[in-house]
Design a protein around this ligand. Structure first.
Ligand SMILES: Nc1nc2c(ncn2[C@@H]2O[C@H](COP(=O)(O)OP(=O)(O)OP(=O)(O)O)[C@@H](O)[C@H]2O)c(=O)[nH]1
Length: 253
């Protein structure tokens, strides 16, 4: 039992037509968005943001479509959603959760980040953390939970401290592997403030290893990226890791 969201494209907005200049019918909004992305040659991997390519009203229609598919999944899992009071509205909840909460970093635009010129030519490094990161692994779509530390040697612009948390939350709210997540976050921070040096450390636990599979309750993954002066100057890199160690030590006092 699937409710589809009928929609007619005129081919002009996304370059797609049936070849006779006739409008092409996309039965589902997900197909329409996918066709638009493909026509524009834009990647839509699990950890890509596609907000630019979603038109007004489509996110709401996508929520309806996802809920329909989740309902089908629950039925396929032989769960009696018609009579089970606990799972009656689970499909709608899961659709909302994916599109607007845990994977909002795919479907919503980056939060607004004001940046200011570095008029005083600040060039002393600072670190901010721990920043809580919540994500999901691309392989099983189960949670990744951890912390992140960001170190900056200021460059062209300065952004407010809270913005690191907002941008990290946006980047991590997508299905990821941790190795790529740290690179994507570094790219976004570089775009925002063009620092002379940037370092990021992530420590996270993967529930695909805790909750299932090998069931290792304590194992975590730690990875980092260093760019600019942090990469070229070993003493600066050392200072970054030392500052993070001090921040971690503060947690246990
Ligand atoms: N490199 C990397 N691996 C991850 C990450 N998150 C989860 N994984 C691993 O991705 C792997 C997926 O491998 P598969 O062998 O296809 O999955 P599986 O058969 O369910 O594997 P098991 O987890 O060993 O049961 C697992 O080993 C996960 O532990 C991550 O961020 N980075």
């Amino acid at each position: 039992m699937t409710t589809t969201v009928p929609f007619v494209t005129n081919g002009a907005s996304n370059g797609i037509s049936n070849g006779n200049g006739q409008p092409r019918l996309s039965a589902e909004v997900s197909s329409r968005i996918r066709e638009r992305l493909q026509a524009a040659g834009v990647s839509f991997l699990a950890n890509d943001n596609i907000a630019e390519h979603i038109e007004p009203g489509e996110l709401r229609a996508l929520e309806v479509e996802v809920a329909d598919k989740v309902r089908d999944l629950l039925r396929t899992l032989v769960i009696d959603i018609d009579n089970d009071h606990n799972t009656h509205e689970t499909a709608e909840r899961v659709a909302r959760m994916y599109l607007h909460e845990v994977f909002k970093g795919r479907y919503h635009h980056q939060p607004k980040v004001a940046s200011f010129p570095n008029v005083k030519k600040l060039d002393e490094i600072y670190t901010v953390g721990p920043i809580t990161v919540r994500s999901a692994c691309s392989h099983h779509l189960v949670p990744i939970m951890g912390n992140c530390w960001i170190g900056i040697k200021p460059g062209v612009r300065v952004i407010g401290l809270s913005k690191f948390t907002r941008v990290a939350d946006w980047v991590f709210s997508r299905p990821h592997i941790q190795e790529e997540a740290v690179m994507i976050l570094a790219d976004e921070i570089e775009k925002l403030c063009e620092p002379q040096g940037l370092g990021i450390i992530i420590k996270a636990q993967h529930y695909c290893m805790k909750w299932r599979g090998v069931k290792e309750p304590q194992t975590s993954m730690v990875n980092s990226v260093v760019r600019g002066d942090f990469r070229h100057d070993p003493s600066l890199k050392q200072e970054f890791f030392e500052l993070v160690r001090q921040q971690e030590a503060l947690l246990s006092t």
